[in-house]
Design a protein around this ligand. Structure first.
Ligand code: SF4
Length: 124
């Protein structure tokens, strides 16, 4: 029996959760105070995902760097591929929050979107 220890990130309480696994399958979750913690723990040990945040260069805007994030969480093993996919991306102002900056982050099918507005000189 394999045991995985996690700290739940669902709320500030930060419960210490133990997941018992057998042959890659969850058999028992303990230490969680609520069902959210159980769901988090099961997902974290079977299919962990993360929102990826990063930045891209901007041309012709009031700022030179734009913060971006994946619109949804991506598989944890794809985080570095997603970040690398942005290295050559440069966007032209204006940009609005939520605009798609990169359609498909490293083959995940999930886009990177802008998390800031960028004005161009004509819209300042
Ligand atoms: S298990 Fe529930 S109460 Fe505990 S940290 Fe997670 S969300 Fe908060």
């Amino acid at each position: 029996m394999e045991k995985r220890e996690l700290i739940c990130i669902g709320c500030p309480l930060g419960c210490m959760i133990t997941v018992d696994m057998q042959d890659g399958k969850v058999v028992k979750v303990t230490g969680n105070t609520c069902t959210r913690g159980e769901k988090y723990a099961v997902k974290e040990v079977t299919c962990p995902t993360r929102i990826v945040t990063s930045s891209v260069r901007v041309s012709g805007g009031d700022i030179r760097v734009l913060s971006v994030k994946t619109r949804e969480a991506v598989p944890k093993e794809k985080i570095f591929d997603c970040a690398n996919a942005l290295k050559t991306v440069k966007v032209a102002a204006p940009v609005r929050i939520g605009d798609i900056i990169l359609k498909d982050a490293a083959g995940t099918g999930i886009p990177f979107v802008a998390t800031k507005n960028v004005k161009s000189p004509s819209t300042l």
